[in-house]
Ligand binder design. Structure first.
Ligand SMILES: [Zn+2]
Length: 165
């Protein structure tokens, strides 16, 4: 038998411990919750992407009466970025959420589908995307999307299969 362990390092920063760039991105994610269209869940999620040139792109969750039609904030921002800033490197993502007029005390991590979508971008650009998960009790910082989705599937796995046949 063999076994191995996969560890994810999470650093929790309060506002005083964040640098100005981090504070700005988290603030943008908080602001992005205001454009959420979430009449069904009443759960407003906001995302801010930092591009390599410093630009910040916002996204929010957009729901639909036909529930699966809606899109998470993360993919709203990612796909807007892909369509309007193709080839641009994303260096960081901040995520915040509020419900009932209050931001969540604990951070809201991206769903599995958004982790996979983020991983594709990180893999394609070849540089890590830092993840900042905002909560009123602190922002949880992870250095790479890959750390959020261990044993992940990406295009390299398909190449491995292809070379074996
Ligand atoms: Zn999602």
């Amino acid at each position: 038998m063999r076994e191995y362990e996969i560890r994810t390092r999470v650093v929790v920063l309060d506002e005083q411990e964040q640098n100005a760039t981090e504070r700005e991105l988290i603030s943008a994610a908080r602001r992005a919750t205001e454009s959420s269209y979430s009449p069904y869940s009443h759960f407003q999620v906001g995302v801010a992407l930092r591009l390599q040139d410093g630009e910040i792109i916002l996204g929010s969750n957009q729901e639909n009466a036909s529930y699966p039609v809606g899109t998470c904030a993360e993919r709203t921002a990612l796909f807007w970025c892909g369509a309007n800033r193709p080839g641009t490197v994303i260096t960081a993502i901040a995520i915040a959420a509020q419900t009932g007029g209050r931001f969540t005390t604990d951070p809201i991590p991206p769903c599995g589908m958004c982790r996979q979508a983020l991983l594709e971008v990180e893999h394609r650009q070849g540089t890590p995307i830092r993840v900042l998960l905002y909560g009123e009790n602190g922002t949880h910082c992870i250095n790479s999307v890959r750390d959020l989705i261990p044993l992940s599937f990406d295009s390299d796995n398909m190449e491995t299969c292809n070379t074996q046949t």
